[in-house]
Ligand binder design. Structure first.
Ligand code: F0G
Length: 484
C-alpha cells in the first residue's frame, strides 16, 4: 500500500486517524520540573503525570483506543465464568495468531511468570535473542539463566543492518551443544527486541531458529508484544515479503512458535495479555496456574471491558495504516536528529526513539549512569518523560552483586500508538538538539536508595554535582527567563 504522505517533496508521516476525545496536557515552568525531578529521586518512573508534558516513558497501556474499541467495551458481559466477552477475545486471538488454544493473563509479565513456573527449573538455560527486564527477572527467580545470542551488529548503535533483532544462528547451535538440550526448556524470540531499540527480527531468521529448535526437539517461545510492528518491518524491509499482508506475516511468524505470549498493553492497544499454543500438553500444564495466579480461565485477571477492547484492538493491529504510524513517527524523529548529529540508534526501530547516551555524554562514566542523567536532563528542559534503558535498568550480578555496565546505554522515548501529533515530535527534536549542544553541562547520578531487583522502577538517585542548576541557567539564557 502506498502512503500518501509527501508534503512539498518531504516524506512526512501522516496521522491516519482523528482525535475524537482529547486529554489536556500542561507544559509547566522549568522550576516546577526541577522540584518534580528532585521529588522523584531523578528517576522518571517516580514522576507524577501532572508535571509531565509529553509522556514518552512507554507504549505500554498508554495507546489511544479507537471508537470501535470504546464501543465494544459497552457490550462487556460481566460474569466470573463463561462470559461471552471471553469467547469473543478467544476467537480474535486465535484468528490473529492462527492457533487453537488460548490462556488469558492480566499482562505480559504474568505470561512470563506462568512460563517460568511451568517450564524452568534451577540450572536451566534459556537462549534468546535478547532479554527483557521482566522476562529475565522471572527466569532468574526460579533459578534459570538467560543466554543472549543476538547478532553482534546490534551493539553498533549506528548501523545499516535492517534486522538487528536477529538471533545469531551459529551462536544458538554452539549454545545448545555446550549446555545440552535437556537443560534448555525453550528458546525465546522477542519480536522486536525492546531493550536494544525495538529492533526487528526477519522472517528468514525466525524460520532458521525454528529449524534448529526442531532438530533438537526444543520448543520455541515467541514474545509477541510488538509482533505487528515487526511484521510491518518485514513487509517494508525484507526481500520477498513486500506483497504479503500484515496478517499473513504475523501468521508466518506465529507458525515458528510452539508457544506465543503477549502483553495487551502494547499489542491490541488495550490491557491484559495472553498465552497461545497448539500443543495440548503445554496448554494443560500452563492452564493449571491460571486460576492460581491470574483468575478464572474466562478472564485471567482482565476486566471484561478490557477483554472486549483487546478483541477489537487485535483486529485493528492487522491494518497497515494503524500499525505503521508508530514506526513512521519514530523514523521521522530519527532522520531529523541524525541530520543534527545527535547520536540516535539507527536504523529506526519500533517502540520509540533511542538515543545512545554513551556517545551523547562521553564524559560521564557508566558508574554514574549517563542514560539516567540524560533522561533526567531531558525532562528538566522539556517536560518530556523518557526511560533509562542502560546500566540502571541492568540489575547487579545476582551472585557477585557487582554493577554490570550495560553494553547499550540508551534512553528511550516511546511513541505510544495514535497519541502524539507531529508538532509534539518537532518539539522533541528541537529540545533534544538544544540538549546536545549543551551536553557538557550534564553530569552524572548516584544512587541514594537501590532496590536489589528491577531497581530502575523504584530506585532513587541524586546528581553528583550541581549540574541541574547550571543546565537551568543556560536554558533561561537561551530561551528567556519566562520561557517554559
Ligand atoms: N516483553 C516485552 C518485549 C515487553 O516490552 C514487555 C513490557 C513485557 C514483556 C512485559 O509486559 O508490561 O504487560 O507485563 N514492556 C513495557 C515497556 C513495560 O515499557 O517496554 P507487561
Amino acid at each position: 500500500m502506498k502512503q500518501i504522505t509527501f508534503i512539498n517533496g518531504r516524506d512526512i508521516p501522516m496521522e491516519l486517524h482523528r482525535p475524537v476525545i482529547v486529554q489536556k496536557i500542561n507544559l509547566n515552568p522549568i522550576e516546577d520540573r526541577k522540584k518534580a525531578i528532585e521529588g522523584a529521586g531523578f528517576n522518571t518512573f517516580l514522576l507524577n503525570t501532572e508535571s509531565i508534558f509529553l509522556d514518552m516513558l512507554t507504549d505500554s497501556g498508554t495507546n489511544a483506543m479507537s471508537n470501535n474499541q470504546l464501543a465494544a467495551m459497552m457490550q462487556a458481559d460481566e460474569a466470573y465464568a463463561g462470559s461471552s466477552s471471553f469467547k469473543r477475545l478467544e476467537k480474535s486471538v486465535c484468528h490473529f495468531f492462527n492457533k487453537k488454544l488460548f490462556l488469558p493473563v492480566h499482562q505480559g509479565r504474568a505470561a512470563e511468570h506462568i512460563l517460568a513456573q511451568t517450564f524452568v527449573k534451577k540450572g536451566d538455560v534459556i537462549p534468546m535473542n535478547f532479554h527483557f527486564t521482566t522476562t529475565r527477572a522471572h527466569i532468574e527467580f526460579v533459578g534459570g539463566k538467560v543466554e543472549e545470542l543476538i547478532v553482534d551488529e546490534v551493539f553498533k548503535t549506528k548501523s545499516k543492518e535492517l534486522f538487528k533483532g536477529n538471533m545469531d544462528i551459529k551462536k544458538l547451535t554452539q549454545c545448545i551443544e555446550r549446555v545440552g538440550k535437556d537443560k534448555i526448556p525453550f528458546i525465546r524470540m522477542e519480536v522486536t527486541t525492546n531493550l536494544t531499540g525495538g529492533q526487528p527480527v526477519s522472517l528468514d531468521n525466525i524460520r532458521k531458529v525454528k529449524e534448529v529448535a526442531k532438530k533438537w526437539h526444543i520448543p520455541v517461545v515467541i514474545d509477541a508484544c510488538l509482533i505487528a510492528e515487526n511484521a510491518w518491518f518485514i513487509k517494508t524491509r525484507e526481500k520477498g515479503c513486500e506483497d504479503m499482508s500484515i496478517q499473513e506475516i504475523i501468521h508466518a511468524i506465529s507458525e515458528c512458535g510452539d508457544i506465543i505470549y503477549f502483553s495487551g498493553r502494547k499489542l491490541g492497544a488495550a490491557r491484559g495479555g495472553g498465552i497461545i499454543t497448539n500443543t495440548n500438553e503445554h496448554f494443560m500444564k500452563m492452564r493449571a496456574f491460571i486460576p492460581l495466579f491470574e483468575g478464572f480461565l474466562t478472564y485471567g485477571g482482565m476486566s471484561t471491558k478490557e477483554i472486549e477492547a483487546l478483541a477489537v484492538g487485535l483486529n485493528e493491529f492487522t491494518d497497515e495504516t494503524v500499525i505503521s504510524q508508530m514506526p513512521r513517527f519514530i523514523q521521522h524523529v530519527v532522520t531529523e536528529l541524525e541530520k543534527k548529529h545527535v547520536p540516535v540508534v539507527t536504523p529506526a526501530g519500533a517502540l520509540g526513539v533511542h538515543i545512545d547516551a554513551k556517545k551523547f555524554l562521553p564524559h560521564i562514566n557508566q558508574k554514574q549512569y549517563p542514560a539516567g542523567a540524560l533522561v533526567a536532563a531531558l525532562f528538566l528542559i522539556s517536560g518530556i518523560r523518557g526511560m533509562e534503558r542502560g546500566t540502571i535498568s541492568t540489575d547487579r550480578d545476582i551472585t557477585t552483586k557487582q554493577e554490570v555496565p550495560a553494553e547499550l546505554e540508551l534512553i528511550r522515548l516511546a511513541v505510544p500508538r495514535r497519541v502524539f501529533s507531529l508538532s509534539h515530535m518537532e518539539f522533541l527534536i528541537d529540545r533534544m538538539v538544544w540538549l546536545f549542544k549543551n551536553r557538557d553541562l550534564i553530569g552524572g547520578l548516584t544512587f541514594t536508595e537501590e532496590p536489589t531487583v528491577l531497581r530502575f522502577f523504584f530506585g532513587r538517585l541524586k546528581p553528583v554535582s550541581n549540574w541541574p542548576e547550571k543546565l537551568i541557567a543556560q536554558f533561561k539564557k537561551d530561551f528567556g527567563e519566562m520561557s517554559l
